[in-house]
Design a protein around this ligand. Structure first.
Ligand SMILES: Cc1cc2nc3c(=O)[nH]c(=O)nc-3n(C[C@H](O)[C@H](O)[C@H](O)COP(=O)(O)OP(=O)(O)OC[C@H]3O[C@@H](n4cnc5c(N)ncnc54)[C@H](O)[C@@H]3O)c2cc1C
Length: 654
């Protein structure tokens, strides 16, 4: 999946389009008004406070499988707390299109679905003004707010200026400012040893200054091999009157081949002392990587200690290990377990006011964002009848987000190459809960409804979940009740410091139609204590939701604020969720087997015959009664069987 040729460094990108339109000279049309959430402002605040940060460059992969992997890499890397990530623009890869692998789609996914501040690279050479303007409108529409404005390189030919075209990155910066004012934060590229085409280093610096004067907010540098190269470039920029932040581009050497390729394309010289170390170990990938980690760590230390460098920018080559290791050694990898909300907040400015989500998508957050992407307004605070949500339909493109990170072969090993009966399904669910290996010796680390292993919070109820899954209560979502735990709690905490969080116990599961009449009888006993919704694939829906009102199931109380209630059980959105929840049986599981085969038939039967149930225990200060409900269900079923009548009463517990 890693392809260094597509990385954003130096002279790597080529295009064979021709200029066809003129660019209009203009300057910034208004005084910049700092956007409090904008990247420029975040950088400014970090510089002021002296907090060092890091950012990470990725390039779009070639295949949709690669895109799925890259998106899960974003999720892993988000944990370390990058200030932003950036996505390169590769003219040959249809970068502005809607393809799953385009720069635009990958960058939009990072912002919208992974909640990452994202900088989209965009090159202007060989493009008409209209094409560029269209890309920019699209980027804005997708919620992107930051651009790395580049000239790029023509495919094959020597560089030639074109009358009326975008000849330099500064033309692009001017165009963005004239058309979009200060909507975008703009970054430009800087070359610590001068751009290879330029007559002199000094002249290149003057051109860099022109880019900044045209409206760029900050600079990211080309890679370099020695800290002094960057530090003298930095000082020269300042002497020239370039006052904006300048980030060093750090390239951890990760392999002999990738280094040679990059050096060739970027026309950089590798210092002899580095060559002398690398050449003898060129066939030992691990040794080269370890050397690269040591070298980059030492270089970053010198840069940070100089006091001139506010943050570090990493060329990751879409790899994780080396960059994470360097960041850990520098203590910049933060892994702060505190969450602002129990779910990932999208970085799209349009979703700023979003403060509540239905619990059903807790393990499928990207899917929720996808399905609500066209909402103009997000329900802030309350979900009533009037805010009936129009969820996006399940369609082909959406299946992209349903894709698992696991291959078909792996999924079959986890979920069964051949299913014998319903019990085989119960065993898969149970193995997922316990984390133990199944009969294939394989650990079940995901289910169609949960791409990740069990959440820490869910592990608190492992014993009970294991027991009920064995009995055919196939759980797909749950949370324990919590009564005023500190917001800093490492397992259930979220929100600002000094607060307290609360939860009602919640349980969501599939179970067979045969269990439903008995379950309803049991639920009568719990009256208002337990709210329930029970629905089958046809939409036959039994519930005791009062006037279809949502129930807050997670809320928090924080110093100097209103109560925040980010998660609800909403009867209206449950009806939309149920389509997705049932579809996953078929899309993710049944489709692993030949149509009509016994395994396929077992899943299809469950899909057709089972009900999806959710239960909320309203009395959160007391012991969770939902396990008792399930226990009562099976005791009543047993006694109905013994007495031979469905009118039997629940036996008194011994
Ligand atoms: C951080 C970074 C990220 C990159 N990402 C990508 C990417 O995603 N996709 C991609 O295709 N490429 C990428 N590149 C490579 C880049 O496109 C090439 O290096 C390209 O040759 C120059 O682009 P630029 O924006 O720096 O050009 P410019 O700033 O326009 O400079 C190009 C050359 O023109 C000269 N020049 C600039 N202005 C003038 C002027 N007014 N008059 C005369 N000469 C002038 C400069 O001195 C320089 O020699 C990246 C490079 C860097 C450093």
């Amino acid at each position: 999946m890693v392809n260094e040729e597509q990385s954003g460094m130096g002279q790597v990108f080529k295009s064979d389009d021709r200029f066809s339109d003129g660019s209009q000279e203009s300057s910034r049309s208004s005084t910049p008004s700092p956007d409090a959430d904008g990247l420029q402002e975040k950088i400014r605040r970090h510089i002021e406070s002296g907090d060092k940060w890091f950012s990470l460059e990725f390039f779009p992969p070639r295949t949709s499988g690669g895109a799925v992997n890259l998106i899960s890499r974003f999720d892993h890397m988000a944990v370390g707390g990058p200030l932003f990530i950036d996505v390169t623009w590769h003219p040959a890869g249809d970068p502005g299109s809607d393809k799953e692998t385009s720069s635009m789609t990958i960058a939009s996914t990072a912002v919208n679905y992974c909640g990452l501040e994202t900088l989209l690279h965009i090159t202007c050479c060989n493009q008409t003004k209209d094409q560029i303007t269209q890309h920019l409108h699209k980027a804005r529409h997708l919620g992107l707010k930051n651009l790395l404005a580049l000239r790029g390189d023509p495919m094959g030919d020597e560089w030639k200026t074109e009358e009326g075209g975008f000849n330099y990155a500064s033309d692009l910066v001017k165009h963005i400012r004239s058309e979009f004012n200060d909507y975008f934060a703009i970054c430009v590229a800087g070359y610590p040893t001068g751009h290879p085409e330029c007559k002199s280093y000094e002249e290149d610096l003057r051109h860099l200054k022109l880019k900044v004067e045209a409206g760029a907010d900050f600079i990211i540098s080309q890679l370099f091999f020695k800290p002094e190269t960057f530090l003298s470039f930095f000082k020269d920029c300042r002497a020239m009157g370039i006052t904006c932040p300048i980030l060093p581009g750090i390239f951890p050497i990760q392999g002999y081949h990738s280094l040679r390729q990059l050096v060739k394309l970027s026309k950089l010289q590798v210092p002899q002392e580095i060559k002398d170390i690398i050449d003898p170990i060129k066939d030992n990938d691990a040794a080269i990587r370890n050397y690269g980690i040591d070298l980059a760590t030492d270089m970053c230390k010198v840069l940070l200690e100089s006091g001139l460098v506010p943050g570090l920018h990493f060329y990751t080559l879409n790899r994780e290990v080396a960059t994470v290791e360097i960041l850990k050694r520098l203590r910049l990898w933060t892994e702060d377990p505190r969450r602002a909300l129990p779910w990932t907040i999208s970085a799209n400015p349009k979703r700023k006011i979003e403060d509540v989500r239905p619990i059903f998508w807790a393990s499928r957050q990207k899917s929720y964002i996808y399905r609500t992407q066209d909402w103009d307004e997000f329900p802030n605070g309350r979900w009533g009848n009037s805010s009936s949500p129009a969820f996006g339909e399940l369609n082909d493109y959406y299946l992209f987000y349903l894709n698992s990170n696991c291959s078909k072969e792996e999924l079959l090993k986890m979920w069964g190459e051949e299913l014998v009966d319903e019990k085989s399904i119960f065993d898969v669910f149970t193995a997922y809960i316990t984390g133990q290996s199944n009969s294939n010796g394989k650990r079940v680390t995901c289910l169609p409804w949960n791409d990740e292993p069990l959440a820490l919070e869910t592990s608190l109820m492992k014993g009970e979940l294991e027991k009920v899954n064995q009995m055919g209560i196939l759980t797909i979502n749950s949370q324990p009740n919590i009564n005023a735990r500190p917001s800093a709690d490492p397992i259930v905490g979220w929100g600002p410091e000094g607060g307290f969080v609360f939860q009602k116990a919640y349980l969501e599961f599939f179970t067979s139609a045969e269990n439903i009449p008995t379950l309803l009888k049991v639920l009568k006993k719990y009256k208002t204590r337990v709210n329930y919704q029970i629905v089958n694939v046809k939409g036959e829906n039994i519930n005791n939701a009062f006037d279809l009102q949502p129930i807050a199931v997670t809320w928090g109380i924080f110093p100097g604020r209103e109560i925040i209630q980010p998660t609800v059980v909403d009867p209206i959105s449950f009806i939309y969720w149920k389509d997705e929840a049932f579809a996953l049986w078929i899309e993710r599981w049944a489709k692993l087997y030949p149509t009509g085969s016994p395994s396929w038939q077992i899943i299809q039967d469950i899909h057709d015959r089972y009900y999806l149930v959710n239960l909320v225990d309203n009395d959160f200060p007391f012991e969770n009664c939902l396990w008792q409900v399930i226990d009562d269900l099976f005791r009543l079923k047993a006694s109905e069987k013994t007495c031979g009548s469905p009118t039997c009463e629940l036996p008194v517990k011994p």
